[in-house]
Ligand binder design. Structure first.
Ligand code: TRP
Ligand code: SF4
Length: 404
């Protein structure tokens, strides 16, 4: 059968931050499960990335890694389809990151929004480090080493994928050209006349060195308006502009996870930092307890006071879990005070526990026999290592470190 995405690769990673919650499940993992059916998929534990911020806590990594992989498997990630691995076991990621660091201007990294944001947010940590500045560069290596077409990520990660594209472009530009390409391009520039040539050079520099998109657009316009150069030279100059030549590292595309934000127990987005989470594999008794403790529409002081679901965090969760029929029952019962809030929470607790039961069931064999998980990861690391090595052979040839 010819699937549309047959030869496209998907790659994504997660830092090992501990047990995953329902926000991860609904917002990220269900999407991975879908993608693994359509594409060759690589999913990995970004343990080195965890060290960029938590370098003083080496012991938390190991435990979090295995818990997280079990959560992935519980979510339905299928090791028969997707390749699951650990970043630090494919050391080629570090080699590529190092080589890319040679050509990555410091300014590109300093300008990534998460750099300053996170430094602000994690003030108690000392993050004026090379490793932390290089976080998105390492991420770029993670992606480019598999020549991934698609990178499913949340909104906050999109700038990292953008940076990855720029680094790929610059790498291809520097190492992917034919031997006489540059000389031919230089000759073509001169044919445009002094003034246009100078402007072209400035704009090209703005684009290739600073990633200035406006400069790129202006340079293209400049070329389009040139009367006195041949079509061949024009194409050459377009290629010269964008790093035409051989593509060693293809540019990836971010796949923005479109899933609505999963609401937490307090109506805010579910997040560990808000303390409003339900774990993917929580204890059923705890699920019942925390849902029963959820705040509701403050207008419902007494059982007989009518309420408005729009003002209630419980309703937000009903929107994720309830059937149409249950929703109607909630709206009617809430507005008419026909049901109490505990009644209203009943079907939600049932649905949550039902969903969790499936996750518990899928996790069970792995909890009983942890070597199953180790083997899945060992296999995945081997497969990932082979794919990474293929790219690295070309990369080493390109940068001239393939001599022996
Ligand atoms: N930075 C990502 C996050 O915090 C994790 C990550 C590391 C990643 N390398 C990646 C995601 C490569 C996608 C692709 O979520
Ligand atoms: Fe919220 Fe339901 Fe209570 Fe209405 S009845 S306030 S929707 S918990």
């Amino acid at each position: 059968m010819n699937l549309p995405g047959q030869n496209k690769r998907v790659l994504s990673g997660m830092r090992p931050t501990g047990r995953l919650h329902l926000g991860h499940y609904h917002g990220v993992l269900k999407n991975w499960v879908k993608l693994q059916q359509e594409y060759e998929s690589f999913f990995f534990v970004a343990d080195w990335h965890a060290l960029t911020t938590h370098y003083e806590e080496p012991t938390i990594i190991e435990e979090n890694v295995w818990d997280m992989v079990v959560d992935w498997l519980a979510a339905g990630i299928d090791p028969g389809r997707a390749t699951l691995f650990i970043q630090s076991r494919v050391v080629e990621h570090a080699e590529l990151a190092l080589l890319l660091s040679m050509i990555t201007p410091l300014g590109w990294l300093e300008r990534v929004p998460s750099f300053k944001d996170q430094q602000e947010k994690l003030k108690e940590r000392e993050l004026a480090t090379h490793g932390f500045l290089g976080y998105p560069l390492l991420q770029g290596a993670d992606i480019l080493i598999y020549r991934a077409s698609f990178v499913p990520v949340g909104e906050d990660q999109v700038p990292h994928v953008e940076l990855t594209r720029e680094i790929a472009r610059r790498f291809n530009y520097i190492y992917g050209r034919e031997p006489d390409f540059e000389a031919r391009a230089e000759a073509a520039i001169k044919k445009m006349g002094k003034k246009a040539a100078k402007l072209y050079r400035t704009l090209r520099k703005g684009w290739t060195e600073q990633g200035d998109e406006e400069a790129l657009a202006r340079a293209k316009m400049l070329l389009e308006g040139q009367q006195n150069i041949t079509l061949g030279d024009r194409e050459r100059l377009f290629g010269f502009l964008e790093g035409g030549g051989r593509i060693i590292l293809p540019e990836p595309e971010a796949l923005l996870t479109e899933a609505a934000k999963m609401p937490g127990l307090d109506g805010q987005k579910m997040s560990k930092s808000y303390g409003n989470t339900i774990a993917m594999r929580d204890d059923p008794a705890r699920v019942e307890k925390v849902v029963k403790g959820m705040p509701t529409d403050p207008a419902r002081v007494r059982r007989t006071d009518p309420g408005d679901p729009a003002k209630c965090p419980v309703w937000e969760l009903h929107l994720v879990y309830a059937t149409e029929q249950t929703r109607e029952w909630v709206v009617e019962g809430c507005q008419s005070a026909g049901i109490g809030c505990l009644d209203c929470k009943g079907p939600l607790i049932d649905e949550l526990q039902k969903e969790q039961q499936e996750l518990h069931d899928r996790a069970q064999p792995y909890l009983e026999d942890p070597t199953l998980v180790r083997n899945i990861i060992a296999d995945g690391c081997e497969r990932a290592g082979e794919a990474a090595e293929e790219t690295m052979e070309e990369v080493r040839r390109a940068v001239g470190t393939d001599y022996y």
